[in-house]
Every structure is written in C-alpha cells, then in structure tokens.
Design a protein around this ligand. Structure first.
Ligand SMILES: *[C@@H]1O[C@H](CO)[C@@H](O)[C@H](O)[C@H]1NC(C)=O
Ligand SMILES: *[C@@H]1O[C@H](CO)[C@@H](O)[C@H](O)[C@H]1NC(C)=O
Ligand SMILES: *[C@@H]1O[C@H](CO)[C@@H](O)[C@H](O)[C@H]1NC(C)=O
Ligand SMILES: *[C@@H]1O[C@H](CO)[C@@H](O)[C@H](O)[C@H]1NC(C)=O
Length: 198
C-alpha cells in the first residue's frame, strides 16, 4: 500500500514537473514579463502550448512560462504539444526573441505552419518556414525571453510571401506578420529565459 502510494505521488510529480498546467498562470507570467507589450500582441490564451527540448542525455526539458534554461540545453529542435479543446488544426507555431539589440529584434527563432493535432502532439505536414535557431544571447545582455506562440492557421498563411526560408531572421515582427496574414491572436504560448552565463 505505502510504496504504491509513494509511487503514484512520484508519478504525479514527474507528470507535472516542468510543463505549464494552468492557462491563468501562463497569462500571469506573460504579463509579469511584459511580453504582450513588448510583442504588441493581445495574449488571451485558451489552451496550453507545451514546448519540449530534447537533451543529449536524459529526459527532454518541457518549458513552463518563465523557466530559466541553461544555454547548452537549448539545442533543440523542440517538439510541440497542445493541451485544450482547439480542434485538429492547422496551426502555426512561431518563436521570437524580443530582447535582441535594436535593430535586430525581434529575432525569429522558429516559424512553421500546417501543424495538426494528433492527440495533443503537433505534427507539421509541410516543411517549416524558419527552422529552429538555438538561442545565442550575447554576453552582458542578460536573459532573453524566447517566446513560443500558437495560432490557428488562416487561409492567407498558406499563400503568404512575406517570409521564406532565406528571409533574414532578424528584424521580424510577430504582431505585424500575424496581422498581415490574418492569424488573429495567439491561442496559447509559453516562454523560456536563456542567458549566456546561467
Ligand atoms: C518592454 O516593455 C517595457 C514596458 O512597456 C519597456 O519599458 C521596455 O523597454 C520594453 N522592452 C523591449 C525590449 O521592447
Ligand atoms: C556548454 O557547452 C560548451 C561547448 O560544448 C562548453 O564549453 C561549456 O562549458 C558548456 N557550458 C556549460 C554551462 O555546461
Ligand atoms: C524569400 O523572401 C525574400 C524576402 O524576405 C525575397 O527577396 C525572396 O525573393 C524570397 N525567395 C523566394 C524563393 O520566394
Ligand atoms: C511591430 O509592429 C507593430 C504593429 O503591428 C508595432 O506597433 C510595433 O512597434 C512593432 N514592433 C517592433 C519591435 O518593431
């Protein structure tokens, strides 16, 4: 009896370790970090986006909003899950760094569409537009807020010509892009803090 209770408590702890479990907490963490202001987005999440970074050894790191991740653990590429009643897709996933120095911000660290919901796992049926680029915060610039956002894909996204795989990843603007291709507001998101020395 006793050992199996311990085991189930441990299992629960493992299950809940890491990832976001509350939409309200994600919303709060985004506000506290001023991400909606700095990205000029309206962030009213209705689902959870789980972002997992594979590790050379051991379990992947699953982000929760505001987690500090050591730079060396951010090689990626990440995998994505959605938790919530959001339908089958398609979805767009974007990741940006608003904390790069001007005029480089925002840096686009990931952009892909045609993600479909396979029991929570998001699988893309077409190549991504911008492959994941590992964080590279310069010395002395502190921790950058690498922010992942999930959008419902619009028909306009499929035919957009604003960004392709050769477009510079710097000088991006996710709110401008989202509005140009009619993505609306993000439905979920999370972020990690990564510094050069941490
Ligand atoms: C983020 O927003 C805050 C508050 O509006 C502002 O003080 C700060 O300069 C902004 N930072 C960036 C990187 O845009
Ligand atoms: C990160 O990786 C680099 C290159 O492999 C290594 O030189 C450095 O010591 C590592 N840093 C930490 C904090 O593990
Ligand atoms: C990719 O986008 C750039 C602008 O960012 C444009 O100059 C270039 O022609 C595009 N390439 C293709 C193959 O569409
Ligand atoms: C991004 O575009 C929005 C308009 O959609 C603008 O208000 C904002 O200042 C731009 N952000 C940056 C970093 O250029």
């Amino acid at each position: 009896m006793f050992p199996s209770r311990i085991a189930s408590i441990l299992a629960l702890a493992l299950f809940t370790a890491g990832q976001d479990v509350s939409i309200g907490a994600v919303d709060k963490a985004f506000c506290a970090a001023k991400i909606p202001e700095n990205l000029t987005i309206v962030f009213k999440p209705t689902a959870l986006l789980e972002v997992s970074l594979p590790q050379a050894s051991g379990r992947p790191i699953t982000l929760h909003a505001g987690i500090h991740v050591p730079l060396n653990d951010t090689t990626g590429p990440p995998t994505f899950h959605v938790v919530g009643n959001v339908g089958k897709g398609p979805f767009v996933v974007a990741a940006v760094d608003p904390d790069a120095a001007s005029p480089f911000a925002q840096v686009r660290h990931f952009l892909g569409g045609n993600f479909f919901n396979h029991g929570g796992l998001l699988v893309n049926s077409t190549p991504v537009i911008s492959d994941f680029v590992q964080p590279a915060p310069p010395a002395g610039s502190g921790a950058h807020r690498y922010t992942f956002l999930l959008f419902k894909q619009s028909p306009e996204f499929a035919t957009q010509t604003l960004v392709n795989s050769t477009t510079a990843i710097t000088g991006f603007n996710i709110s401008q892009f989202a509005s140009a291709v009619d993505l609306g507001k993000p439905i979920a998101g999370t972020f990690m803090l990564v510094a050069l020395d941490a």
